[in-house]
Design a protein around this ligand. Sequence first.
Ligand code: ADP
Ligand code: MG
Length: 592
Amino acid sequence: MSSTEHVQTIEQLARPTPLLIRHSPYFIGAAIVVALAASASFDGYILNILMQATTFAIAVFGLSVVLGLCGQINLAQAAFFGFGAYAVGIGTADYQISYWLCLLAGCIMALLAGAVLGMTTLRLGGHYLAMVTISFQQVVTLVMINAIWLTHGPDGVGKIGRPALFQSSQSYLAFCVAMLALVGYLVWHLPDTRLGRAMRAVRDNELAAGVNGIDVFRTKIYAFAICAVLGGLGGGLFAGGFAYISPDQFSFAESIVFLTMSLLGGVASPIGSAIGTGLLILIPEWLRFLKSVPGLYLAIYGLSVILIIRYMPDGIWGFVTTFFDRFRRKVKLPAEGLPLVLAPAKTGGEMVLEVTGLAKHFGGLKAVDDVDIAVRRGGVHALIGPNGSGKTTTLNVLSGLYEATAGRVLLDGTDVTTMPPHLRAAAGLGRTFQNIRLFRSMTALENVIIGAERPGNTLIGNGGEAALTLRAMAALAFVGLGPRANELISSFSYGHQRLIEIARALAANPTLLLLDEPAAGLNSTEKLELHELLKRIAAQGLTILIIDHDMTLVSEAAQHITVLNFGRRIADGESMAVLRHPDVVSAYLGTD
Ligand code: ADP
Ligand code: MG
């Protein structure tokens, strides 16, 4: 990045140009396209294709949110599309209700259905989620076909109304294009909002998302509900556009078409969704001349989809962005960094962490058994023990990834024993992982921003984008990686990835920092650097509980040591005394 791209002062970064002004080129462009759609005189055939493409694209944008951003599958998008379409269809044709009210009702129904479906199934994840969404899709289709009194069954609904303002097909198309532009704008900017970042974090690494303060379950529900409401909106617009709808337009097969559109174009971006939608509507039209040979048309169609997905797993737009890095969005970095401030909260007494009688059993295996740990405020406390002695399991129970079999955990005076990980993070618990868990599709800066926006972090001012960026940059500069903030995680060495994980935890301004073998996998130079870094962190008064095998590091850095062996605490106390303890010596070196 050249220096001209740097923002020159912190003030400039803190006072960005208002969003609407910054993005005015987009809206001017969109207005021109809408004007063209309104004024051009397309023949009916072209008009129908464009109407279908615009309304489908809105539904496919929904999939780019739920699948692309949040990594959750939804095989019922046609059902949500149907909610909108039938609300507008039945409402305007059978009950003469205003188009706008019907469209709104359709969106709300889709939203509620999506949220309820999400709440009941998103804890399952993976294959179960796929199966439940398929079942939901089938139920909706059955209702459309069989609830004849309401939906007219297989006959479908005709004479669907449009708003008075957009009676002609041309003007209605312009309206759909305007809606598409608006939704596209929102979906395009979603990834850079707090919610969007949370979705990407959940997609990349659920465990790391949770311990960084993200409510994983709620984030998934939001993603699912947004997807559903965009399905409903697309469907409502579709019904007005074609004036006739029938159940076969909202079947499982259509859900697969929506999914293919998003995968083909590139599920990670609305641009990809738009490309995929356009192609899958146009390709069948282009191949129409083949329809004289039965089967050939379908074969070529299927083959081209398979080839594209096989050779461009991230879709067409994903392919483009991988090859042309400049399409990747980059944040302007402040030229001068602020020093990292750590101001750990102090609500409890002398002990930041009080663990009593902690146990974690896996079936018959007592991985952790009746362990007490008391971590003094402002100190470095080491947790050591041979491989498999239960150190990582202890940390996992402390951070809420595992439910404790028995025992009690007090964090800064608060009982956190039964809290989920994101609430423990909010209560001031930060951690890193033995096997690094970063958000791999994001930049170093984005990773650390997620740390910085921990609920309860008092050092991010108004919590705005600029304040978060400054905080994250300070943390990255603290570990020596400031200038590389805009690089993707994959371009960092293993040692540097460890540092980014530490920076992510520091940016959150935790009350207690848990470090699980931060020196594992580092070479000797990197270990020395890490050692220095830990000293600088401890000098700021942050309390640290560290797991490490390096006895030199442990004896120098830690004032207090707890030793585990076979899940039980075998020694605990002041460092030098513990390291000379005969049980500790024999656990590490063998009895003789
Ligand atoms: P350490 O970090 O001290 O090397 P761990 O806490 O990772 O040890 O593991 C302690 C014991 O618990 C080991 O025997 C390990 O196999 C077992 N263990 C850890 N996690 C699980 C799990 N999720 N399911 C079953 N056993 C586990
Ligand atoms: Mg371990």
